[in-house]
Ligand binder design. Structure first.
Ligand SMILES: Cc1ncc(COP(=O)(O)O)c(C=O)c1O
Length: 370
């Protein structure tokens, strides 16, 4: 039995020889590698979650609300309140993390014989979920400074005529914001090429200097804005992502979602969290200030730092980024090697965690120059 390996099984050809996605989950004192919010949930929210989950537990003999009506209503209110653009329940869909939202979008609009494009380096799960859904992946270009090269992106869309276009703003792992004009132009290019769907991944938007591009949904029925409670809300363990789009898009993803995909416990927990948005989002300003401090201090140390609108910072350059990653880890701080040549990414943590990281890189800088 034990000598049977994956490749001895009849797995799909495109999965052969691949490794599963995942950042290392190492037990080190300071973990700044997965862009989580470093602050645990406040006690009052923990109490409210317990109350809501206790109530939900009484009904676990039944399947949950398949359409997550109450949760979608509250998410729509949150979007309306925070962006000033009116969003209704009919515009919102929710799933287990925005990864599942993206998977449902690709199951609906991608799939065998279809393609999606993203502008790399970007969130590598876009390409991996394509692989999982049998969608062909096209790696589009970026400028040297990691902004999207609009002319080259428009050319790539016209040439490849992808069915789905991913735009991540702020982008992971670079932190780069995409200006509204670029999104408008890429949407127009996508419509001219093939009436394609355009997915705007706003996982980190609450940390941005600029505003959400949710307002672009009006008059753009093939635009989808994807969001998550994993980052600014500080609820990565909850697994709750959502999208806002034209109601027809919400209807379309119903064709692929599994029935009762969002458990009653998840819905109860997310509803409790949404009652406390003020408390949860209060950390956002602090994290933005810490992000700006990381940028300033890394620059002062002589590192090259990419402008960031997210809760993380990309820095370099290193001849061997992986060797540098290892040296920082040896000092008890886990950052991320995303495979971008010469660069690493650090998530903004608590002031103490960031100090530990800055001490580690300062020490390494001294060693280099000694
Ligand atoms: C750009 C981007 N989109 C989506 C996600 C997925 O987040 P989740 O599935 O936790 O909502 C991440 C997570 O790191 C991300 O960086």
């Amino acid at each position: 039995m034990s000598d049977i390996r994956i490749d001895d099984l009849p797995v799909r050809d495109e999965l052969r020889g691949q490794t599963p996605y995942g950042a290392p989950q190492l037990d080190v004192p300071v973990r700044l590698n997965t862009n989580e919010n470093p602050y645990p949930l406040p006690e009052e929210l923990v109490d409210r979650i317990t109350e809501r989950v206790r109530e939900a537990a009484r009904h676990l003999n039944r399947y949950p609300d398949r359409d997550a009506v109450e949760l979608r209503t509250r998410l729509a209110e949150y979007l309306t309140d925070t962006t000033g653009h009116r969003v209704g329940r009919e515009n919102v869909w929710a799933a287990n993390g925005s990864n599942e939202v993206i998977q449902q979008l690709l199951q609906t609009f991608g799939g065998p014989g279809r393609t999606a494009i993203g502008f790399e380096p970007s969130y590598s799960m876009h390409g991996l979920i394509c692989r999982g859904t049998g969608t062909g992946w096209i790696s589009g270009p970026r400028n040297e400074d990691f902004t999207i090269d609009l002319a080259a992106a428009e050319r790539a869309i016209a040439e490849h005529r992808p069915d789905v276009v991913f735009i991540t703003t702020p982008n992971n792992p670079t932190g780069t914001a995409v200006p509204p004009g670029t999104v408008r132009a890429l949407y127009d290019a996508a419509q001219a090429a093939k009436d394609s769907m355009v997915v705007l991944d706003e996982a980190y938007i609450e940390f941005s200097h600029g505003e959400s591009l949710l307002g672009l949904l009006a008059g753009r029925p093939r635009l989808v804005v994807s969001r998550t409670m994993s980052k600014a809300f500080g609820a990565a363990g909850l697994r709750l992502g959502y999208l806002a789009a034209h109601p027809a898009v919400v209807d379309a993803v119903q064709l692929v979602r599994l029935p009762y995909h969002l458990s009653a416990v998840t819905q109860a927990t997310a509803l409790a969290a949404l009652e406390h948005t003020g408390t949860l989002l209060k950390y956002v300003e602090q994290l933005k200030a810490e992000r700006d401090r990381l940028v300033a201090e890394l620059r002062a140390l002589g590192y090259e730092v990419t402008e960031s609108d997210a809760n993380f910072v990309q820095f370099g350059r290193f001849e061997d980024a992986h060797a540098m990653w290892r040296k920082i880890l040896d000092r008890g701080v886990l950052v991320r090697d995303n495979g971008v040549p010469g660069r690493l990414r650090v998530t903004a943590g608590t002031p103490q965690e960031n100090d530990a990281f800055l001490d580690a890189v300062r020490e390494l800088k001294k060693e280099q120059t000694a």
